[in-house]
Design a protein around this ligand. Sequence first.
Ligand code: AMP
Ligand code: GLY
Length: 426
Amino acid sequence: MKKLNILVLGSGGREHTFCWKLAQSKTIDQLFLAPGNAGTAALATNLDIGVNDFESVKKAVIQNNINLVLVGPEDPLVNGIHDFFLDDPQLNKIPLIGPQKLGAKLEGSKEFAKAFMSRHNIPTAQYGSFTSEKIEEGYDFLEQMKPPYVLKADGLAAGKGVLIINDLATAKKELSNMLLDQKFGKASSKVVIEEFLSGIELSCFVLTDGSNYVTLPMAKDYKRIGEGDTGLNTGGMGAVSPVPFADEKFYKVIQDTIVQPTIDGLKKDKIPYVGFVFIGLIRVGDAPYVIEYNVRMGDPETQVVLPRIKNDLAEMLYATAKGKLDQIELLVEDQSATTVVAVSGGYPEAYEKGKTIKGLPSSYNSIIFHAGTIFKEGEILTNGGRVLAVTSLGDNYKDALLQSYKLLEEINFEGMFFRKDIGFDL
Ligand code: AMP
Ligand code: GLY
């Protein structure tokens, strides 16, 4: 296979992990990140381009003879970067990993995703979907449901668009805030109201070329800021893979009732899809239900999924782009991986940037993935809410966690915080 120049879009821990894995590939010539972070700068060339600046991405692709583009976050996909490539005579031969606008609606519109699941009999919570004109029907629907009430803004709302409310009066008030007062802007001009499912969550990742697919190792992430899963939702404070409660039997049920019907559904609906499908699941009793679809890898799940994959990632992505994923046999490391995320003080609310990160060890058994970091005047500074994710491998997740926590003791920046209970519920 010829050597590839690959461009990865994004700047988080997920993208540093992609970069770290791609840098190990035998088939890589040059690796670029746009915009990347201080961690990716050490392994690849960072380009100062935003992920939604398609014209600048185009220039960079042409200038650097890029052979494949991997899109990290959902935003550019929902905004149609894949369609932009296909519509451009200079770009339409360059493969891009990530679905077109239509497929990206699985994440970009909760209503679209729910209708997809209901069409293909994929288990998910009962729901109704309402606009401002139908708000009275929305109130009636709420009255027929049992608490807690789950209200979801239809569109992308930076991970904040889901409300879980215990009393009916507040639920009605919030429905009105979302539909009439645009609590989440345009994203809440439609609201999905769902049955509340009680169980334990896990994340399932599938890579598909639109016809063949591989199911990657499952992971579990920890979304709340506080220990014991309390406090505000974040992008994710830690993750483990494999998921101890996802045994072979449960895995098979997920494959048969969710993964296969999802891929078949995309085909039946003629939704072209080349890229990752991240299926957010909840285990209710013995049965898995879909909470949501995302059209990308998870963050920080990628930081525990990729280190367990033995395959050459560039080869896998190239096979995906060429519709030849059936030629790839997935090889997974038996060891467990864990990651613990260190965040800026105040996150997920207001926080300061520009704090010097000290104590980053130069040789270690764990892997330090950077998220919100920047390299400036010889120093590595904080540059976001989630700053670092420390991943370790071990014979079991407890051994791996001990290593991550040990390393985190050496690192510090003003205001640094991390959860000390990752894996507490397993
Ligand atoms: P989403 O953005 O759809 O993943 O929702 C964010 C979080 O809200 C999920 O990770 C769940 O913890 C919770 N959630 C969403 N939908 C439901 C539901 N139907 N029942 C219980 N919890 C839910
Ligand atoms: N860790 C959850 C997400 O990436 O959306």
